[in-house]
Design a protein around this ligand. Sequence first.
Ligand SMILES: Nc1ncnc2c1ncn2[C@@H]1O[C@H](COP(=O)(O)OP(=O)(O)OP(=O)(O)O)[C@@H](O)[C@H]1O
Ligand SMILES: [Mg+2]
Length: 195
Amino acid sequence: MPALLEQLRAGVITRSAGETRALAGRVAPLLPRDATLALHGDLGAGKTTFVQGLARGLGIEAGVTSPTFTIFTIHRGPRASLVHLDAYRLENDRQVESLMLEDFLTSPYVLAVEWPEKIASWLPRDAWHFTLEITPAQTHLVRLAAAGGYPFGEEEKCLPAAGRPLDIMAPTAPNKSAQDRVRETLDIQCLNTAP
Ligand SMILES: Nc1ncnc2c1ncn2[C@@H]1O[C@H](COP(=O)(O)OP(=O)(O)OP(=O)(O)O)[C@@H](O)[C@H]1O
Ligand SMILES: [Mg+2]
């Protein structure tokens, strides 16, 4: 695993929005073709800021802003399209299906999802899960919690389901930590693993 990803597994502190953008910019070239990034974190944790860095890392010049009201935006770049989905206002995975997002996911692409727990069952099993948190010292902590369908650390015992459609939704849990929400997202997929 590249050194940067090992560092991200342990957690990287950023001290400014610019540092978060620079970090995400270094992640972009390490992503496999057609990667989905699930960006977990509370309001203001830096999810959109991270996507701005991804855009820059993909050679996309146009500015990335929060797509909360448009649900998703597409930025075409020289190396890949960046599809930026903000699931905050979605209620369930059926709503994301009605967006017909797949029609816009033309390879090569990077799909970055804010509030992924809202559409946990829709996410591909090989999504990369990042958590973003504001620390007590008012810095931001960025961690890679799972990559390619394999959660790290204590979640490793629980492997996500083999792409089976799920009929239950991850409960949204605003009072839980980003790490808890990743665990919940992945646990629900585990519960649905075919026997
Ligand atoms: N180290 C840092 N990393 C990221 N953002 C930072 C950092 N330090 C300060 N900030 C500021 O925190 C804010 C993060 O906002 P951002 O829109 O990226 O959050 P978000 O997670 O997308 O929130 P929302 O859930 O509302 O979409 C920005 O105003 C940014 O300038
Ligand atoms: Mg945002």
